[in-house]
Design a protein. Structure first.
Length: 204
């Protein structure tokens, strides 16, 4: 490996360390309570060095946000081989829930934590998020075109499905299901999916 390649690799490793550390601190203390200095202290780096990788905290937030959506999209693409759009939609819902439960810090930053939307709007770019959402929308559109869903408003149906699954994920990862024993969480999720499919999907 040449000198330039080594430097580039070290730069990418440091960038990833900053992102990983920031995500952990954001999850523990809240985004608004974490400064560039706090991130630098955690990795025993100078604040000035952090700024050589990210111009401000907003860029770090955006990087984490993008990375989370890239992980989600990679999982969605694993469903490409499923031909029946209804089966694909069902698997996508389960995959989404599992992603949220296995990546709680990412999910919280992507969809729940305060202050994220304004940082994304400042960048005027949400390619990673749009790509993931459009994968869901395309699958819903296939269901509609093949007669599995009667409602022709693809955007309304897509938003309803996303809201349904997101709501369950958010309730669980934010600890709002204390009344529900852990051993029944998966059983309840499965039943909820079946209920939704029964009322949404037309038998063919």
């Amino acid at each position: 490996m040449g000198t330039e390649e080594r430097k580039e690799r070290e730069k990418m490793e440091m960038r990833q360390l900053i992102v990983k550390t920031a995500l952990k601190l954001f999850a523990e203390n809240g985004i608004e309570n974490v400064s560039i200095r706090a991130i630098a202290e955690k990795i025993e780096y100078s604040p000035g060095a952090i700024y050589s990788y990210f111009k401000d905290k907003g860029e770090i937030i955006h990087a984490i946000h993008t990375e989370g959506f890239e992980k989600l999209y990679a999982l969605q693409r694993s469903l490409d081989g499923i031909k029946n759009p209804v089966d694909k939609l069902g698997q996508m819902g389960k995959l989404y829930i599992n992603f949220a439960l296995e990546n709680k810090d990412y999910y919280d930053l992507m969809f729940i934590a305060k202050g994220i939307a304004e940082k994304i709007n400042e960048k005027k770019e949400w390619d990673a998020g749009e790509r993931s959402y459009n994968y869901l929308r395309d699958t819903v559109n296939d269901c509609i075109e093949q007669g599995y869903i009667n409602d022709k408003n693809v955007d309304a149906v897509t938003f309803a499905i996303w809201g349904f699954v997101h709501g369950m994920a958010a309730l669980i990862i934010r600890g709002r299901c204390a009344m529900m024993p852990d051993e029944f969480i998966q059983q309840t999720l499965s039943g909820s999916f079946n209920f939704f499919k029964t009322h949404l999907i037309t038998n063919k």
